[in-house]
Design a protein around this ligand. Sequence first.
Ligand SMILES: Cc1cc2nc3c(=O)[nH]c(=O)nc-3n(C[C@H](O)[C@H](O)[C@H](O)COP(=O)(O)OP(=O)(O)OC[C@H]3O[C@@H](n4cnc5c(N)ncnc54)[C@H](O)[C@@H]3O)c2cc1C
Length: 416
Amino acid sequence: MRYSGLRVVVEALTGHRGWKPVWRDPAPQSHYDFVIVGGGGHGLATAYYLAKEFGKSRIAVLEKGYLGGGNVGRNTTIIRSNYLLDGNEPFYEFSLKLWEGLEQDFNYNAMVSQRGIINLIHTDAQRDAFTRRGNAMIMNGADAELLDREQVRAMYPWLNFDNARFPIKGALMQRRGGTVRHDAVAWGYARGADMRGVDLIQNCEVTGMRIENGRIVGVETTRGFIGAGKVGVAVAGSSSKVMAHAGMRLPIESHVLQAFVSEGLKPFIDGVMTFGAGHFYVSQSDKGGLVFGGDIDGYNSYAQRGNLPVIEDVAEGGMALMPAIGRARLLRTWGGIMDMSMDGSPIIDRTPVDGLYFNGGWCYGGFKATPASGWCFAHLLARDEPHVTARAYRFDRFLKGLMIDEKGQGATPNLH
Ligand SMILES: Cc1cc2nc3c(=O)[nH]c(=O)nc-3n(C[C@H](O)[C@H](O)[C@H](O)COP(=O)(O)OP(=O)(O)OC[C@H]3O[C@@H](n4cnc5c(N)ncnc54)[C@H](O)[C@@H]3O)c2cc1C
């Protein structure tokens, strides 16, 4: 069923009896050509593009819980392509271009809102660094603008411009950045994949991998063995656990990242804003809640909830920038498990096991990557060669010292 304005009118006039479930609930078959492990944004997008762009069929997505119950439905919804390094910027710009046409492409309202993102500048050195970043973005075909203090003041006059420790001196702006309704992304890709014959199998945890003579032949699951020609793993925070079934130890640690939503307030933040002197970023949802976040909890964990010290740290960052939020009440917080890689950049690559492919290490930036990640992983699975924008995302960069260290923090996952 295609969605359209006409369809909404017709359904309204006929008692809404024509709406159908958005995807089927099939029983797993004994064998597929492609098995994607993980029904988050990246797994669903991979299945969608495998079917739609690469003409593949006999595809299944295996999800241990329900579709969209992982980080794709837990993130703070920011999309942008304001990266510095050559290994990253073309990939994230490719992703942003896919976001721009996504709703028409999969015929689903994902509420893509290019409301703009600004990264605040607090020192002269930071202005130099952001100027360099903006130039790198422009050279890679993205948009970037440097705003001075008065331009920022015109947008957000209530910011604490004269904070003694963190005065606001300007901002780097990307107007094409913004937000997208995160769970609608999972639903849109799921619907698009299902319409193309992909089996989306929920409550199906992968518990083992069957490898014969160096080649994967299928996966053990809580719903029995499922044979596979190729297996693509896209399980985000569970990457280390799942790849251990193939005997692999990944250059990835799992950490919790928390998100926060305040009570509904009148609209006063049009776009997305990040603090440049600490970990705090914020946007305002269409319902009026401030959606904000900050640093990861700095210890390894598989729990989907965080601890109070980070809540305090994030609140302090927010108060330094916008003291007025001290009066707003925090309504909800939750956590998701981050797959933090050693250099803060992702991996989309083959593995030493024939037919087994890996997609992970997204740290806390994988939502914006969802369309390009799915496209590039599908490209790798279908053609056995990396997509041109994802060539740098290889395992062996850690062996060869070719790190994509966007933040210059070194091999320290909890600092990226
Ligand atoms: C609080 C928070 C804020 C964030 N904010 C942003 C942001 O603003 N912008 C941005 O770009 N990124 C953000 N991120 C990061 C982004 O959400 C993730 O990098 C991205 O969603 C990860 O990819 P995914 O959607 O495929 O992961 P997930 O949705 O986690 O999908 C992985 C799936 O694998 C399943 N799985 C795990 N183990 C198995 C198994 N054994 N068998 C079968 N299935 C399994 C899980 O149940 C899960 O559904 C944020 C993350 C969090 C938690």
